[in-house]
Design a protein around this ligand. Sequence first.
Ligand SMILES: N[C@@H](CCC(=O)N[C@@H](CS)C(=O)NCC(=O)O)C(=O)O
Ligand SMILES: [Fe+2]
Length: 286
Amino acid sequence: MNPDIQAFFDEATFTISYLVSDPATRRAAIVDPVLDYDPRSGRTSTASAARILAAAAQNGLSVDWILETHAHADHLSAAVFLKGKTGAKVVIGEHIRDVQRVFRPVFNATDVAGDGTPFDVLLKDGEAFALGELTVEVMHTPGHTPACVSYRIGDNVFVGDTLFMPDYGTARADFPGGDAATLYRSIRKLLALPPQTTLWMCHDYLAPGRKDYAWKTTVAAERSGNVHIHDGVSEDAFVTMRRTRDKTLAMPVLILPSVQVNIRAGHMPPPDGDGNVYLKIQVDRL
Ligand SMILES: N[C@@H](CCC(=O)N[C@@H](CS)C(=O)NCC(=O)O)C(=O)O
Ligand SMILES: [Fe+2]
């Protein structure tokens, strides 16, 4: 059995979130929801996440799970808002502990224990859980970050930031804890799935020459046509390409606001001495 899948594209951060549901039981999961954040004003909005909730309500779906593919470095997660509205559990790969420990000193986040809390569920490679009568299988696919996971449901895989569309290539591997060789191995694991498997991206940045955003492809299309990692590209060649390209990329605009919220499972930092909530930017760290 395969799920119903609805995609939501966030033009501000080029992120795709998904509403995934079991047609038999109408139980649903939301993959990688975005909390809108304006870095000019520091103001958040739940407009993007509310669109996903409205679609769920319209289709009579009950949301059981909020699935994070990783602690995103380019947008804030709407997990807390959606959990408040639905009671869904917030789920991420178990290696989020490593990411919490790497980033805790960057924000002097003394409230972050580094044990995976406050996420509700930490998943191991190969673990499976139920979405209604469907099964979600977890694949640990590190490299972009140490905690990255992909979620496989039937013939569909939500690959997070591993692969992008064939004409754009792959995710960067230069964030703290990232590693290009590790990313290569994770991608080869994904591309060993049956060729007809559908792969759903977490971002699309429009490859040069393409006008329309796209987020759905197949194992076969990536193996034959991915510009960074089609069949025949060696690990060494990939690592050299990735390291060279990563040196040219600026940090994402929202990396500092995003990571301090996302390692807290979407919670803002605790209030400061005056009772107000602040995001923290360490000078000269990254
Ligand atoms: N310009 C974007 C860059 C975002 C970015 O670095 N995205 C990561 C995924 S979180 C990536 O792998 N990018 C690949 C690339 O830009 O080629 C921003 O500032 O948000
Ligand atoms: Fe990412």
